[in-house]
Ligand binder design. Structure first.
Ligand code: 3HC
Length: 294
């Protein structure tokens, strides 16, 4: 019988995790949202309230519906709070050791039939799955930023993911109003494998002073019809996340030089210029998280 996924857990409430919480809560699913400590939990809560406030201000969500949405989310600081959920989606930073430690813990805490999913964008789902005693119930669910808006979910199956788990997650994505593509476990899957060489190239073009940030972004927006230029998109993704993805793809993907992170990215990360989330990246934002380019 197909799984219903009545309640889900989301581990890690950064940009992606908080967006994923919103996707589920908007679609009537109860969510337990987990972070490591209170300040991190507060940051996640602020992303969720900011996003739902904006939806109310734009007339896309009624006050009552927002109240119901927020009531579906329970915030917690321990993985043990996930003992009763049907599905967990992990969305912590892109470090294999960290993800494996979390999956090993989830395996102990969660009920035996629960499905464990990772939102990893570049690490091996297979390597994450073997940290558990149930690799057949581990799967990749890769959302795109901003998760409440972008339609796609890449579903990543490993060589041992059970067919019924894949089918149930595909059905869940449809219930969430998403379109899925199901693929095998390769670095960057489809979208990031194609996207990140381009983003890296744009940073290199900017670093070499061939063109200004505005001209690079205008060329791709107005010349190629993309919703955002590559440097604005780097700011949206977060330069720290982009660096981790490029570095992992470079190492996992046969050291293809298209994915060798341009040095400027690492320098900006070290200097705290992470993009929208820190208030400054290639552009400066009025306040952290703000979409307004100053
Ligand atoms: N959270 C929630 N909703 C958001 C949002 C956010 N951070 N940012 C924008 N929105 C919503 C707005 O509320 C608005 O909703 P509405 O239509 O219901 O009123 C809608 O999105 C459009 O927003 P705006 O009118 O403010 O702005 P735009 O029309 O310029 O759209 C955008 C903003 C959706 C971000 C658009 O520019 C876009 O599609 N950009 C490209 C994003 C992209 O390529 N994402 C993929 C990145 S790669 C990735 O995520 C992989 C990962 O592994 C790194």
């Amino acid at each position: 019988m197909a799984r219903e996924f009545k309640s889900v857990g989301v581990v890690g409430l950064g940009t992606m995790g908080a967006g994923i919480v919103e996707v589920f809560a908007r679609n009537g699913v109860d969510v337990v949202a987990v972070e490591v400590n209170e300040p991190a939990l507060e940051r996640g809560r602020a992303v969720l309230t900011g996003s739902t406030d904006r939806a109310v201000a734009r007339g896309k969500l009624s006050e009552a519906d927002r109240g119901a949405l927020l009531d579906r989310v329970r915030f917690a600081t321990g993985l043990t709070e996930l003992r009763d959920v049907d599905l967990v989606i992990e969305a912590v930073p892109e470090h294999l050791d960290l993800k494996q430690a979390i999956f090993a813990e989830l395996d102990k805490v969660c009920k035996p039939e629960a499905v464990l999913a990772t939102n990893t964008s570049s690490l091996s789902v297979t390597e994450i799955s073997v940290a558990t005693s149930r690799p057949n119930q581990v799967i990749g669910m890769h959302f795109f930023n901003p998760a409440p808006v972008m339609k796609l979910v890449e579903i990543v199956r490993t060589v041992v993911t059970a067919d019924d788990v894949v089918a149930d997650i595909e059905a869940l994505c449809a219930r969430l109003g998403k379109v899925d593509v199901t693929i095998n476990d390769r670095a960057g899957f489809i979208a990031n494998a194609l996207l990140f060489g381009y983003l890296n190239h744009a940073v290199q073009m900017f670093e070499s002073r061939y063109a200004t940030r505005e001209d690079i972004d205008a060329a791709m927006r107005l010349g190629c019809g993309l919703p955002m230029g590559p440097l604005a998109l780097m700011d949206l993704i977060g330069l720290d996340t982009a660096y981790e993805i490029l570095d992992t793809m470079y190492r996992r993907g046969g050291r293809d030089r298209r994915h060798a992170p341009v040095p400027l990215i690492k320098q900006m990360v070290t200097a705290g210029l992470l993009g929208r989330k820190s208030g400054r990246g290639f552009y400066t934002y009025e306040k952290p998280g703000s979409p307004v380019v100053v």
